[in-house]
Design a protein around this ligand. Structure first.
Ligand SMILES: [Zn+2]
Length: 257
């Protein structure tokens, strides 16, 4: 491929040699790509601060023998609101980590669109950051085809909302009612509030993510742990960026749900 243009989000960067960086990019057209920004760490670099993580840019690239080389970049969205708030940086890192590790077989525009949409939301909001992150994760899992069965019991099909608390089998990928629990191994007991939150997260339209109902801190915590376990089991990925998020969570008492 000759030189080419693409719109992409910078997910992460790695130092290379004296003054370069390798950028891991999520391209709208091409999915995940890696490219080198030469001289980016020099004081007088033409890139300046334009290719920091979580930036969306129009790029012009040269097809190298190894990695492609970025020749020019023009910022589309810098998402300054994310970069000026460490809590948001922690959330953006988990989003980037998930996009980097949960690779799709074929590049899909939806992957780019989802990351871009949630970075924009993150940029503009100061509250409900945990809910925002869960919303991204559930929508991303759905896009990848990993949607847990939560409306009805995996086995008998009864309506889970009629149950006061139920079991969730991470390995079977769905909810199990009390009557059926004896028939299969399960890993987690969830409150009725948690199942409602899970259903809102998975089934509400994307733009209604703020409307997901959080009945208690317990249901939020249960769902966070469940999604984490679900990603870990089904995608065989442990997101290392969770550690950063956890530290930020402990430091900050200001988290809005
Ligand atoms: Zn059942």
């Amino acid at each position: 491929m000759p030189n080419y243009k693409t719109r992409a989000i910078v997910l992460s960067t790695l130092k290379l040699g004296e003054s370069d960086r390798i950028l891991r990019l999520l391209s709208r057209e091409m999915g995940l790509i890696s490219a080198v920004a030469k001289g980016i760490r020099k004081t007088k670099s033409k890139f300046g601060g334009k290719l920091e993580p979580f930036t969306c840019a129009d790029l012009f690239l040269y097809t190298g023998k190894g990695l492609d080389i970025i020749l020019q970049s023009e910022t589309v969205e810098s998402f300054k609101g994310i970069k000026s708030d460490l809590r948001k940086v922690a959330c953006a890192s988990v989003i980037a980590d998930m996009a980097l590790r949960c690779q799709l077989e074929e590049p899909r525009t939806e992957s780019y669109e989802l990351v871009c949409y949630f970075y924009k939301q993150l940029d503009e909001t100061d509250s409900r950051l945990k809910l925002l992150l869960l919303s991204f994760q559930t929508k991303y899992l759905t896009m990848m085809g990993f949607e847990p069965l939560i409306k009805n019991c995996c086995i008998c099909g009864c309506d889970m909302l009629l149950n006061q608390g139920f079991l969730f089998s991470v390995s079977s990928g769905g909810a199990v009612c009390g009557n059926c629990a004896g028939e299969m191994s399960y890993s987690r007991r969830l409150s009725a509030g948690s199942i409602k939150l899970l259903q809102d997260l998975f089934f509400n339209p994307l733009e209604d993510w703020r409307k997901a109902e959080i009945k208690s801190a317990r249901s939020l915590e249960e769902v966070e742990l469940l999604i984490k376990a679900f990603i870990s089991y089904h995608l065989e990925k442990n997101l290392s960026s969770y550690r950063f998020l956890k530290v930020m969570d402990q430091i900050s008492r200001e988290w809005g749900n």
